[in-house]
Design a protein around this ligand. Structure first.
Ligand code: UDX
Length: 461
């Protein structure tokens, strides 16, 4: 039988595109042909990826060529428009492939995009979702939308007792995604997740591919009877910033200077603090000032990514920091970097992270302990996993205004980097998980095996 033809549909943000491209790389290695579709703005983020005879890119416009807007009030209507335009683009691609006698064997898509499954059904093509957050999050959303809604709450009034779900420590309000609360302005994102889970349930015993690995979340992967969660991760670029087919990831920012690697080369092993808040969120001005204070007071070198512009959460104008000169003496500030390369550098000793799932996985894969500084959504749960379940980091506490003060950051950094029993314990746990992550991602590891089993079933059906 000819090698299968797959369609991959990726939501146009860095955190969806990166794992979707890695999935494409794995599918290509099995001999499959891939059509990869995302929006024009999404495609720009991967401008250095080369098409080939088995990898074709197809873009569509979602009406916002600047990229997805995650915070402004029109996001809900923008998502609806994206769904409409994405569905239309998919129909055209499916019909064109049929005309050439090359039907898609399956459509893979990054969650959350339940409309993709609707289109796939119309053409009788199987669809498989790629969940780009941990299995733990899927489990929380699943139980929340299946009768546990009143128990799992992030209201901070303390009225409800902690919730116990399979394989997890008791969840308090600060451990569950912020937009579960109906008063949260981004609550509609949760309604989209509910719809996604509903669609999966309607499809019968659906499989959900999860960007995680068996050794990391074994209980969570088995916590739901009616859906099958399959670990196919970690789906991450290698330390050279190249994917499996030899192309670079990183998009718009890739031309940025790489002086920071030379700077890292001059620092002692495990001495540098790396600080980054992913591709979506930015810090408020007062929070940045406190961050600066905390970093300076440690006396340690640091590499801090402060992104410019974007559609960030908590975005404020980029005023100069009051202590910018001191900061530049002790550390380095860059607008973007090749994160996996930085985390793989021997000089990096700790990652101050917002706990986005890609950043968390990348840190685990590189064995770097973390200071967990979550801002919203899944990051709150990921911070709990980092501190309480995997014990590879320490979570910061905010003050009454929700600002993490410089002293608090310094306290957490010393716990992680200052030596002593707890610090050594975290380093040891990080090393163990690094080994498991690399084994899972390596050739013949659990990611390959799990994906192969799925493909065999798809191709034989
Ligand atoms: C979003 C949500 O914010 C997050 O909570 C969710 O888990 C995934 O979707 P984002 O904030 O972008 O993601 O964070 P993350 O998942 O960590 O992804 C950021 C990606 O950008 C990582 O792959 C990281 O390596 C990359 N990055 C970030 C760089 O390559 N360089 C940088 O300077 C900053």
């Amino acid at each position: 039988m000819a090698n299968p033809n797959f369609l991959i549909v990726a939501f146009p943000s860095q955190s969806h595109i990166n794992p979707a491209l890695q999935l494409a790389g794995r599918l290509l290695r099995t001999g499959a042909s891939i059509t990869f579709t995302t929006t024009m703005s999404g495609h720009r983020r991967m401008s250095r990826i080369q098409a080939s005879d088995r990898l074709t890119f197809a873009t569509y416009s979602d009406g916002d060529e600047e990229g997805p807007r995650l915070v402004n009030s029109s996001m809900e209507s923008h998502m609806n428009e994206t769904a409409r335009r994405c569905s239309e683009a998919m129909r055209q691609l499916i019909e064109a492939s049929r005309d050439k006698g090359q039907n898609f064997k399956c459509i893979f898509y990054t969650a959350v995009a339940p409309w993709v499954a609707d289109v796939a059904r119309c053409y009788d093509i199987p669809s498989v979702v790629l969940w780009i957050q941990p299995a733990t999050l899927f489990e929380i959303y699943y139980y929340h939308s299946n009768g546990y809604g009143d128990n799992i709450t992030n209201e901070s009034n303390g009225s409800s007792s902690p919730t116990q779900l399979p394989g997890l420590p008791p969840l308090t309000g600060r451990d569950v995604p912020s937009f579960l609360s109906s008063s949260n302005p981004l609550h509609f994102l949760y309604t989209l997740i509910e719809k996604q889970i509903q669609v999966l349930k309607e499809d019968g015993r659906s499989r959900v591919l999860v960007n995680t690995f068996d050794a990391l979340e074994s209980e969570q992967l088995n916590a739901i009877d009616e859906l099958e969660l399959v670990a196919v991760g970690p789906l991450l670029p290698t330390s050279e910033g190249k994917d499996s087919s030899g192309t670079s990831l990183g998009g718009d920012h890739f031309q940025a200077s790489r002086d920071y690697i030379e700077w890292l080369d001059t620092k002692p092993v495990a001495s540098v603090i790396y600080v980054s808040f992913g591709s979506v969120s930015t810090l408020s001005k007062p929070q940045k000032e406190e961050m600066a204070r905390g970093l300076l007071s440690t006396g340690r070198p640091f590499l801090w990514v402060i992104r410019e512009g974007g559609h960030g959460l908590q975005e404020e104008s980029e005023d100069r920091l009051s202590c910018e000169e001191e900061l530049r003496k002790q550390g380095m500030i860059v607008p973007w970097c090749s994160q996996v390369e930085v985390l793989s550098h021997p000089s990096v000793g700790c990652f101050v992270t917002h706990c986005g799932w890609n950043s968390t996985l990348e840190s685990l894969m590189c064995g770097v302990p973390m200071v967990a500084f979550p801002l919203w959504a899944d990051q709150l749960t990921n911070a709990m996993l980092i501190q309480d379940v995997w014990r590879v980091g320490v979570r910061v506490n905010g003050n009454e205004q929700g600002v993490v003060e410089g002293g608090e950051l310094e306290r957490c950094l010393e716990l992680v980097m200052g030596g002593g029993e707890r610090s050594e314990g975290m380093r040891g746990n990080a090393k163990r998980l690094k080994d498991s992550a690399r084994k899972a991602a390596g050739e013949g590891g659990s990611a390959d095996k799990n994906l192969k089993a799925l493909l065999e079933e798809l191709v034989s059906s």
